[in-house]
Each structure stands twice: as structure tokens, then as C-alpha cells.
Design a protein around this ligand. Structure first.
Ligand SMILES: NC(=O)c1ccc[n+]([C@@H]2O[C@H](COP(=O)([O-])OP(=O)(O)OC[C@H]3O[C@@H](n4cnc5c(N)ncnc54)[C@H](OP(=O)(O)O)[C@@H]3O)[C@@H](O)[C@H]2O)c1
Length: 317
């Protein structure tokens, strides 16, 4: 198929299709001042995007995580020059050959870091980094991570360990082999399929929600902190004040990635990219597929048998 120069390929929501997304010709992005045009090499599918694919109107263009090369620098002269390898966090439409990204939402990546790994750092890496900061200092504190084997959980575990926490994790089963991987990533105690010790943890990070949030309350110490990050369990938690007896004064914090400081996205991405380049942070990729095989990746995510981030590599046909 010969394409006009004013169009490119992108994955577009198409509810008539299964999976509900197809490669289509779309107009080339028109970057605003302060936006760089990035040639996308890899992106990821976040669990939130999986849910949105079911509910958004046809024509919606998913994708927030970007790893690629600056094709055209920002017109205002800010940001990295053409040819620089970067990661970024777009508002949407990153499952495309090219995407316009504000330069304050970009960071440069080391030549040694593969695009597939770098792409995982955006939404999941930033959420882990920023939500842990909200909790406060973690040096020497006991932290339990619920849902640790997922794409977000892997980053929470590693960044908490890097911050000096004594990290425990709970996975429902160890069928995916997540346990040994988590041990390599700094987890001191792995709980597989059992109830964690009652009131034993100063901090509980819950990446699942529902019954897992009820478990988080049972596990948190009096005066401790629960950071609620996920809503993967479709059943809401049943909680009353009485559930906090034995856990008095515990507080539940929430974090939403879109509510953070926009201007600090680039520096925070840079922090994550440097940790990866230094070999101190290890993105865990459960599956990486060419974007033409996106249906295979979405099916695997729905089956829920993956441990780590799911990556789309963007190739030219
Ligand atoms: N707050 C934010 O800003 C933000 C940002 C990004 C993502 N999120 C949310 O965070 C959640 C996790 O995202 P993710 O990318 O890590 O997803 P994921 O890769 O699918 O991982 C979720 C993990 O949770 C566990 N899990 C799934 N369903 C469960 C259930 N019903 N009961 C107990 N455990 C269950 C699974 O681990 P095991 O089977 O090993 O136990 C799975 O590995 C999602 O709800 C997502 O929308 C929130």
C-alpha cells in the first residue's frame, strides 16, 4: 500500500472489529510550539487502556507510553534535537508511527536501553515513583505490595526497595514464575496465595482494589498507610469503620497518574531512565509483540496470565 506523505499508520479504535482496534491511515500529527514530533518505536498497553478500548467511541486513538527518536524538534527550540532517543508520556495516540509530545513530558534515554524496556517507564514507572513519594520516606519501613506481579507492581516493588524499604509481596499463585523474578528485584518476603500477617506492615501498596483492599486493611499496622493504586478487581471492597479495629489511625491514600505535576514529568522520566541505564531498575516485559499483532497481546492481558508490562513494537509495513 503506497501512502501519501500527509498520512501515517496508527491503531484506531474500531468496534466492528475483534480486537476493537485496527491499523488505519490517519493524518500526520501537527506539533504545537513546544512539542517534538517523535518517531515511535515502542509503546505499551496499560490496563486502563484495555478497559477504555471497550468503552470509547470509534476513532479514539489509544497509547500514552512512547519510546522512540525525535523526528522533528520543538519549533520553540526547547527539548532534545532531531535523532535523540527519548521516552515520553503522551495524552493519547501513541500507538502510531509518529506522535507529538510536549518537551516537558520527554526524557533522553541511554543508547544501551532498548526501546521496548524504555517504553514501560511512562505511565507505570511514573505512577510507582510518584505514589511512593506521596507516602513519604521508606528507609527501613516494612512495605507490603499487593498485585506485585503486574506491570505497575514490578515498579512499585523495585522503587520501594531502592528507597530502602523492607519489601514483602503477595501474589495469588506463582504460576507465572513471578515469585523468583520478584525475589531478584529486591523482595525479601514472598507470600503466595496466603493471608499476610495481620497488622504487620507500616505501608501497604494495593495495586488491585476490591477484596485486596480489605486485605490491605487487615495487614496494615495502626497508624500505617495504605496507598490504593488499582481497581483491577471488578467487585468493590466492603469496608466499614469497624474493619479498622486493630488498625486504628491507618489512612488510605489514593493516587491518579493524570493528577500529578505535568512540568515534572520529564525530570521524573529522566530519574527512571537513569536508574535503568545504571542497572538499578529493571523493566519487566511479559510480552512484546509487533503492533500488527495487538490482538494477541490484548487476549493475553484479558486472560490475566502475564507478569510484567505488555509492549507493542511499532514497525513500518
Ligand atoms: N492510579 C494510577 O494512576 C494507575 C496507573 C496505572 C495503573 N493503574 C491501575 O493499577 C492496576 C494494575 O495495573 P497493572 O498494569 O499492573 O495491571 P496488570 O499488569 O494486569 O497486573 C495486575 C496484577 O494484579 C493481580 N490481580 C489481578 N486481578 C486480581 C484479582 N481479582 N485479585 C487479586 N489480584 C489480582 C495480578 O497479580 P497475581 O495474579 O500475581 O496476584 C496481576 O499481576 C490496574 O487497575 C490499573 O488500572 C493505576
Amino acid at each position: 500500500m503506497r501512502r501519501k506523505e500527509t498520512t501515517m499508520l496508527a491503531l484506531v479504535r474500531d468496534g466492528r472489529n475483534d480486537p476493537p482496534v485496527t491499523l488505519q491511515e490517519v493524518p500526520e500529527p501537527q506539533p504545537k510550539e513546544g512539542e517534538a514530533l517523535v518517531q515511535v518505536r515502542a509503546s505499551t498497553v496499560n490496563r486502563g487502556e484495555l478497559a477504555l478500548l471497550a468503552s470509547r467511541a470509534d476513532g479514539w486513538r489509544p497509547g500514552q507510553d512512547v519510546a522512540g527518536v525525535v523526528a522533528t524538534p520543538a519549533a520553540d527550540g526547547n527539548g532534545p534535537p532531531a535523532g535523540t532517543r527519548v521516552i515520553g508520556l503522551a495524552e493519547a495516540a501513541a500507538w502510531s508511527q509518529r506522535v507529538a509530545v510536549p518537551v516537558e513530558r520527554l526524557a533522553v534515554i541511554d543508547d544501551a536501553v532498548p526501546f521496548e524496556s524504555a517504553a514501560t517507564l511512562g505511565l507505570a514507572g511514573l505512577t510507582a515513583l510518584r505514589s511512593l513519594r506521596e507516602i513519604g520516606p521508606l528507609l527501613g519501613r516494612s512495605v507490603l505490595v499487593l498485585g506485585a506481579s503486574g506491570g505497575l507492581g514490578h515498579f512499585v516493588v523495585q522503587l520501594a526497595a531502592l528507597a530502602g524499604a523492607n519489601v514483602s509481596t503477595l501474589v495469588r499463585t506463582d504460576a507465572t514464575g513471578a515469585g523468583s523474578r520478584l525475589a531478584d528485584l529486591g523482595v525479601r518476603q514472598l507470600i503466595a496465595g496466603e493471608e499476610p500477617e495481620t497488622a504487620a506492615f507500616e505501608v501497604v501498596v494495593d495495586v488491585v482494589g476490591g477484596a485486596s483492599l480489605e486485605r490491605a486493611i487487615r495487614a496494615v499496622r495502626p497508624g500505617g498507610t495504605i496507598m490504593l493504586l488499582g481497581a483491577t478487581d471488578p467487585q468493590p471492597a466492603r469496608i466499614t469503620l469497624l474493619d479498622f479495629i486493630g488498625h486504628e489511625g491507618a489512612r488510605i491514600l489514593t493516587f491518579f497518574s493524570y493528577a500529578g505535576d505535568d512540568a515534572a514529568i520529564g525530570p521524573d522520566l529522566d530519574t527512571l531512565a537513569q536508574l535503568v541505564a545504571q542497572g538499578r531498575l529493571h523493566p519487566t516485559i511479559s510480552i512484546a509483540v509487533d503492533w500488527k499483532d495487538v490482538g494477541r497481546l490484548l487476549d493475553a492481558m484479558r486472560e490475566g496470565k502475564l507478569a510484567g508490562k505488555t509492549v507493542l513494537t511499532v514497525t513500518s509495513p
